[in-house]
Design a protein around this ligand. Structure first.
Ligand code: ADP
Ligand code: NA
Length: 345
């Protein structure tokens, strides 16, 4: 059978947190380490997506290199995976433009991510009449850029979180429309990419375990960063919100804080959180926290040390980025050559 082509991207917006690691990055590494000899893995740091929201140029530029160092530090191996900066390869924007020209605006307006943006801007400006005219066009069309990211490599599998499934469906529709409209004999030039929804549970905020751990929360105690020193991991987990119910039970509805700690411990130790709860039985929340502290410190020890080392190796990072971009371009330029010939340009 022909191998899979796996594509996934992450934005260069700050150091990843425990949720990013357990929900996305650790899965990339697992995919890489279980890939067959004919499979191709393509991981991209997606700078063009980052600028759909306002960024400080100095911070963005630093985050771009920090994210590359992070991906290497967690175990993405540039000998086994193509690892590159999206903004180093213009094929993404060229293909996105072509796809924009075959994508109805109505379809983009129906994306739940777009509707959420509209709702946010209405909430933030409640006295005024706020509509979509206040939002930039990039926020509306970035799902088309995602389709281009994926289809430039004719990727077949896309590891994503639950919230990205609708965007993957759009990528499939765009692939299908292009094939039917432009490809001689309506052949399946673009594969219809499959969403591989990451099995891992959501990691919740340590301070408000009813919402997910997120880099956008202003409360720095709510998330553990990959770069946190052991004592920072300890203090954040010690102050995690739990409850005063005796004993340990896995009950995400009634005991979100305790259940979140069990989710984290389970992900670190490869155990089911409900089984862990049975194992821990009548231990205290403080004892559970000690176990989670040990597990997270152990989980991040290697990556954190490696990240600090790589961060200083700018020449090495630049070489990795260049090699990755060259490999990415070799694949996508062939796609774009054919795409242009199909549409007559
Ligand atoms: P954030 O929500 O912190 O801004 P991103 O949206 O940049 O994070 O997400 C990057 C990746 O990490 C996505 O694949 C997303 O599904 C995953 N992810 C983000 N937050 C969590 C979380 N709290 N638990 C599990 N996975 C998460
Ligand atoms: Na986000």
């Amino acid at each position: 059978r022909p191998g899979k082509v796996v594509f996934s991207g992450i934005q260069p917006t700050g150091v990843p947190h425990l949720g990013n690691y357990l929900g996305a990055l650790s899965n990339w590494v697992k995919l890489q380490n279980t890939a067959g000899p004919d499979d191709k893995l393509i991981f991209s740091i997606v700078g063009w997506h980052a600028i759909t929201l306002p960024q400080q140029s100095k911070e963005l530029s630093a985050s771009r290199w920090d994210m590359l160092a992070t991906l290497l530090a967690v175990g993405i191996d540039p000998k086994r995976s193509i690892l590159f900066h999206q903004d180093d390869n213009r094929c993404h924007t060229e293909l996105a433009w072509i796809f924009n020209c075959i994508t109805p605006v109505g379809k983009l307006r129906r994306m739940t991510t777009w509707k959420a943006r509209l709702a946010d801007s209405r909430n933030a400006n409640s006295e005024e009449e706020i509509d979509e005219s206040m939002l930039n066009a990039g926020l509306l069309t970035y799902p088309v850029l995602q389709a281009a990211d994926i289809l430039a490599y004719r990727a077949t599998h896309v590891p994503v979180g639950e919230d990205q499934v609708q965007h993957l469906e759009l990528s499939r529709e765009i692939a299908n429309t292009f094939n039917r409209t432009f490809v001689p004999g309506r052949k399946r030039f673009f594969p219809l990419p499959t969403a591989d929804v990451t099995p891992s549970k959501r990691v919740l905020s340590l301070r408000d375990p009813t919402s997910k751990m997120s880099k956008s929360s202003p409360d720095l105690q709510s998330r553990i960063l990959l770069t946190d020193a052991p004592d920072q991991i300890t203090s954040k987990l010690r102050s995690a919100v739990t409850d005063s119910i005796a004993g340990i039970t896995y009950d995400p509805i009634n005991r979100p804080g305790v259940s979140n700690l069990l989710t984290i411990l389970g992900a670190c130790t490869d155990k089911d959180p409900a089984d862990l709860a049975l194992e821990l039985g009548n231990r205290s929340n403080a004892e559970l926290k000690s176990l989670v502290i040990d597990a997270v410190q152990e989980l991040f020890r290697g990556p954190r040390t490696e990240f600090e080392r790589l961060r200083g190796e700018k020449a090495y990072l630049q070489q990795v980025a260049k090699d990755g971009a060259d490999q990415a371009k070799a694949h996508s330029e062939e796609t774009l050559r054919l795409v242009r010939s199909f549409i007559g340009l």
